[in-house]
Design a protein around this ligand. Sequence first.
Ligand SMILES: *[C@@H]1O[C@H](CO)[C@@H](O)[C@H](O)[C@H]1NC(C)=O
Ligand SMILES: *[C@@H]1O[C@H](CO)[C@@H](O)[C@H](O)[C@H]1NC(C)=O
Length: 132
Amino acid sequence: MSLKMTSLLCLVFLHLMMGAVGNEWSVKYSKHLCGVKGSTVVMEATYTHSTSVNVTNRFWFINPVKGVEPTDLRNEPGYSGRVEYLGDKQNHFSLRLSDVKKSDEHMYCFRFNTTGKGYMGYPGIILRVTGK
Ligand SMILES: *[C@@H]1O[C@H](CO)[C@@H](O)[C@H](O)[C@H]1NC(C)=O
Ligand SMILES: *[C@@H]1O[C@H](CO)[C@@H](O)[C@H](O)[C@H]1NC(C)=O
């Protein structure tokens, strides 16, 4: 094996190691969700990021569009007063949406900004609402 090849493999291995110690960026969600009209639903996200940055803000939003800055769900028309965020220091951040309506049927995504880059999890959670 050439020296060049060996050092390349070392580099790849180093990258894998760094991932293993928590330098990866990710968002994981709870399962897709079905809610009864008028009830309260909870969507959960768990995220990881490079250890060299700090999280500056976290929020949920609906219907991601490529290249468009997402709007915090709390500022989305029709959601006022129905959105509650529950976060902890273990990188969990959930959305509690009350008085669910048929018009709430969207894809819900989680986004966080850091002192470095921002990151969002795609695809998110699809909410279906049943009942009249
Ligand atoms: C992140 O926060 C820690 C603790 O408050 C601080 O020491 C560190 O400098 C911060 N890092 C960045 C990149 O802001
Ligand atoms: C954080 O994210 C929001 C939404 O994507 C964006 O508008 C904002 O500029 C970002 N940066 C900071 C520092 O909040």
